[in-house]
Design a protein around this ligand. Structure first.
Ligand SMILES: *[C@@H]1O[C@H](CO)[C@@H](O)[C@H](O)[C@H]1NC(C)=O
Ligand SMILES: *[C@@H]1O[C@H](CO)[C@@H](O)[C@H](O)[C@H]1NC(C)=O
Ligand SMILES: *[C@@H]1O[C@H](CO)[C@@H](O)[C@H](O)[C@H]1NC(C)=O
Ligand SMILES: *[C@@H]1O[C@H](CO)[C@@H](O)[C@H](O)[C@H]1NC(C)=O
Ligand SMILES: *[C@@H]1O[C@H](CO)[C@@H](O)[C@H](O)[C@H]1NC(C)=O
Length: 653
């Protein structure tokens, strides 16, 4: 879709079209393409403001004098969300919040203030204006809660309550000073919460260390948030509350039971990431009392074993998302039952080092019609996963899988890549980083024919479009019942040589980091996806400028590109690629030894959208050019330039 704006002339012709038609045309675009298109001319911009496109628009910006103007500019939108960072207690921040209240008061859907240190007074000037706020994120705003006086006056509470009576989502994570008092005051203003996050807080689950007695005995603590108070809130708001996040707290098995058993509470989502004290038994009790859970995150709960997996598979019949990541005690046991859950869409088993996948294949195979229609699967660092399992999963999940993470699955080879390109045609995200055995022929989909010569290459991208039809690409027969692949079939697949990576025409993200055997041979031929947004070719010692130029030319939608630790990338490549990378926002060239100021000048000239750039350890670049870059690139937020030109400019500037 890189060409919407490419041709300004065409745009002028369509300027005469009625607004409705332009809106209709824009409706077919990916949001990022639509954003590009909105910059073509006034009428396209007007069309892009149509309500149908605006449902979830979130604007993120740091507090600065220019953001004042921007906020008043948002006035024309029907609804939007704001993420404003770096607010402080000074007058500019105060005026900004006032402006937000004035211009967007009744239109604001969500508000988050990360990395800020605002005062109670500034926030109280704003909150009462936000009459249709659905989502409020006060994560980490210690400045607000430190004094303990937030919302201590009834008159303020009344104003805030009047505005926030319909608030659905409240994020109070990572607040060092949240206490029973402030928590009760704030939640008394938000009586209909649907989602509450208290992740990373010091909640007194068993004993109140300040009082030295069980929490149940203390009425209202002004120093800590207690289980008792949390339980009170859950009881009061049980009719609306569906999602709770208690990740990174020291919740005990006993406390989880207390929460799970709140009368009338029906949770659909529960996050318990990193709650290291939880046991299998506590999860069994949870499941017994909360059988409606659809999303469960019990990643990094390192005590849990396969008993939990079995309980989940038995008890949560409407489960759609589960993360079991980093639970190294989990083995194959129970995974067959889990993949037999027909509701399951997302499964994260990353860093479950003992999982080999055989049971998942079994579950998917045996439950046939009622098997999980997985859309997202992460098997990152499951080193026992091998080609046979990947091929079988490919075959069984071909009609649904959109995201597959095989990062660091070191036993995965070209055969897996072949199977992925053959079966998983709906993939949008594919991560193969650190699968060091993958070679060109895997990506090219051919064992013998990997040496497609450079002459064809020079004819440009037209040849690659038909590459998939050159006679040896045989698409799978979708009529067949999906079934696991046998060793014999795997060998046949290898001999017949199938599809190349080009077959994955919907790919938006591809990670080939440290697949160190890859060369220009495959990259220049099969990384050719018009919707590709994110690509990592980091740590590929054999690729040269040819790969970079080819990728830039073919993947014009790229917003993020990593080439760190690629010694073969030089100024020639960057200079030739930059004119095609107009949408690039994130570029990583760290440890590319052959990059000099010439590359930076090319970026300054062409890649006007750059937001982050990493040129650490590019020893041939200079501080002067970095200054120039900063003055010429309007969106540049972060430039990592440690150890350039032999010195660390962060010490100089
Ligand atoms: C865009 O919308 C504004 C306000 O609705 C209107 O004044 C202007 O004429 C429109 N421009 C075009 C080119 O349609
Ligand atoms: C985005 O909008 C859709 C439709 O209005 C809504 O269902 C969805 O929950 C919204 N997503 C977010 C993140 O707000
Ligand atoms: C690869 O798989 C085999 C078994 O199929 C296993 O013995 C070996 O340890 C695995 N390799 C790694 C690095 O885990
Ligand atoms: C890049 O630099 C290395 C030394 O750091 C050199 O050996 C290599 O030939 C250079 N490559 C190119 C393409 O200039
Ligand atoms: C760039 O890549 C290196 C190594 O792959 C990584 O350590 C670094 O964090 C990346 N830089 C950014 C800004 O993401």
């Amino acid at each position: 879709m890189g060409d919407v704006v490419a041709d300004g002339e065409k745009a002028k012709e369509t300027a005469e079209l009625p607004l409705e038609i332009i809106i209709h045309i824009l409706s077919f675009l990916h949001p990022s393409d639509r954003k590009e298109a909105s910059m073509v001319c006034h009428s396209w911009y007007n069309a892009s403001l149509d309500l149908s496109f605006q449902k979830n628009v979130t604007f993120c910006f740091p507090a600065s004098p220019s953001s004042l103007q921007m906020v008043s500019g948002l006035n024309r939108r029907s609804r939007c969300s704001l993420v404003i960072s770096q607010l402080d207690g000074f007058s500019m921040s105060r005026s900004l919040l006032l402006e937000v209240g004035l211009c967007l008061g009744s239109k604001l859907d969500g508000l988050a203030l990360p990395g800020s240190s605002i005062t109670e007074a500034s926030l109280l000037a704003l909150l009462p204006c936000l009459t249709s706020l659905r989502k409020l994120d006060l994560r980490g705003l210690d400045s607000l809660f430190m004094s303990g006086a937030f919302l201590s006056r009834e008159e303020h509470r009344q104003q805030v309550r009047t505005a926030l009576v319909h608030l659905e989502e409240l994020d109070l994570s990572d607040l060092r000073y949240l206490s029973d008092l402030t928590f009760s005051r704030l939640t008394s203003c938000t009586p209909r919460l649907r989602r509450l996050s208290l992740a990373g807080n010091h909640i007194a689950f068993e004993f109140d260390p300040y009082q030295g007695c069980p929490v149940g005995m203390v009425e209202h603590s002004s120093a800590l948030l207690s289980l008792r108070n949390l339980r009170r809130l859950l009881t009061e708001q049980k009719t609306t509350l569906r999602a709770l996040d208690l990740s990174r707290t020291s919740i005990t098995p006993e406390s989880l039971r207390t929460i799970a058993q709140v009368q009338g509470l029906v949770l659909e989502e529960l996050r318990l990431h990193g709650c290291k004290e939880l046991t299998d038994y506590s999860i069994e009790v949870l499941i017994k009392h909360q059988p409606s859970l659809q999303r469960l995150d019990i990643s990094s709960c390192t005590e849990l074993t396969s008993r939990t997996v079995e309980a989940v598979a038995r008890g949560l019949k409407s489960l759609t998302h589960i993360s079991l990541s980093n639970n190294w005690r989990i083995t194959e046991k129970g995974l067959a039952d889990l993949t037999s859950l027909s509701s399951l869409r997302r499964l994260d088993l990353s860093n479950c080092l003992h999982v080999s996948g055989a049971e998942m294949v079994k579950g998917l195979k045996e439950s046939a019609e009622s098997r999980a229609r997985l859309e997202t699967l992460s098997l990152k660092s499951c080193t026992y996963i091998g080609d046979l399992v990947v091929s079988s999963l490919g075959q069984l999940l071909g009609s649904t899988l959109q995201e597959l993470d095989l990062t660091s699955c070191v036993n995965v080879t070209d055969l897996s890549v072949l199977a992925i390109s053959t079966y998983l045609l709906k993939l949008v995200i594919l991560r193969l980083g650190w699968c060091k055995e993958i070679k060109d022929k895997g990506l090219l989909g051919t064992v013998e024919k990997c040496v497609l010569n450079k002459k064809l290459e020079e004819k440009g991208p037209t040849f690659t479009r038909t590459f998939g039809n050159m006679g040896f690409f045989k698409p799978p027969n979708m009529e067949d019942q999906p079934k696991p692949v046998t060793q014999l079939e795997l060998q046949q697949l290898k001999r017949s040589a199938g599809a190349s990576l080009l077959a994955l025409s919907r790919l938006q993200e591809l990670d080939l980091t440290a697949c160190s055997k890859l060369t220009d041979n495959s990259i220049t031929q099969v990384v050719n996806h018009q919707d590709l947004h994110r690509l990592s070719l980091a740590c590929l010692p054999c690729i040269t400028d040819d790969s970079l130029v080819s990728v830039a030319w073919r993947c014009k939608s790229l917003t993020s590109l990593s080439l760190s630790h690629c010694p073969g990338i030089s100024d020639r490549g960057v200079s030739q690629a930059a004119p095609y990378l107009r949408r690039l926002q994130h570029l990583n060239l760290s440890c590319c030894n052959n990059i000099t100021d010439r590359s930076l000048l090319a970026l300054a000239k062409h890649c006007k959208r750059l937001r982050t750039l990493d040129i650490s350890r590019c020893k041939k670049t200079s501080v002067t050019t970095i200054d120039l870059l900063q003055s010429q690139l309007p969106f540049l937020e972060n430039i990592q330039c440690k150890f350039i030109g032999g010195a660390d400019p962060t010490l100089i500037m």
